[in-house]
Design a protein around this ligand. Structure first.
Ligand SMILES: [Zn+2]
Length: 174
């Protein structure tokens, strides 16, 4: 038995992803100071007096070294505004004046999309995790020197969100 639902079209989600600016969104909630290539501020997710919330505009990710919260512009809106994924897309679409197109999908397709969204969340988390590892001592010594040897420039590493998996391979799951 098929049921049909209205969902936000994939092209709208793509447009929102392209337009949404992490620094702009985070900057509307907290004061950020430039620190090298990144921005630093007081974490909006936990109480702190010394800033440990880092935003990387080139990578499009944030990470709090106090409470461990990390993600991209969509997860930030979800967490901060307590919204679901489609609600966060709608919120961002309004902010960036993007018209929302809807498409009709069957219940089976809707199920499939939910799986995709869950995987996307896990994937975003893993990306941020590995990218952050690249900044660690082990990451710099082993990972970064390997990229340099291959002739990868900083922009390439950021653009393709390259990261480093530590020697301890089960690290991510812990
Ligand atoms: Zn925090």
């Amino acid at each position: 038995m098929y049921y049909f639902y209205n969902v936000i079209s994939r092209s709208t989600i793509q447009k929102v992803n392209d337009a949404a600016d992490l620094l702009d969104v985070v900057g509307s909630y907290i004061k950020l100071k430039k620190r090298g290539a990144n921005y630093l501020g007081n974490c909006p997710f936990h109480n702190e007096k010394t800033p440990s919330f880092t935003v990387s505009p080139s990578k499009g990710i944030y990470k709090c070294f106090g409470c461990g919260k990390a993600g991209n512009v969509i997860t930030f809106v979800q967490e901060h505004e307590k919204l679901s994924y489609p609600e966060a897309i709608t919120w961002l679409a309004k902010r960036y004046h993007i018209e929302i197109e809807e498409t009709q999908v069957s219940n089976a397709e809707k199920e499939q999309r939910l799986i995709e969204e869950s995987l996307r969340i896990i994937n975003n988390f893993a990306t941020a995790y590995f990218q952050e590892n690249l900044e660690s001592i082990e990451g710099k010594v082993i990972g970064m020197s390997y990229f340099k040897e291959r002739g990868f420039r900083k922009e390439t590493i950021d653009r393709f969100q390259l990261g480093y998996c530590p020697e301890e391979k089960t690290d991510l799951g812990q």
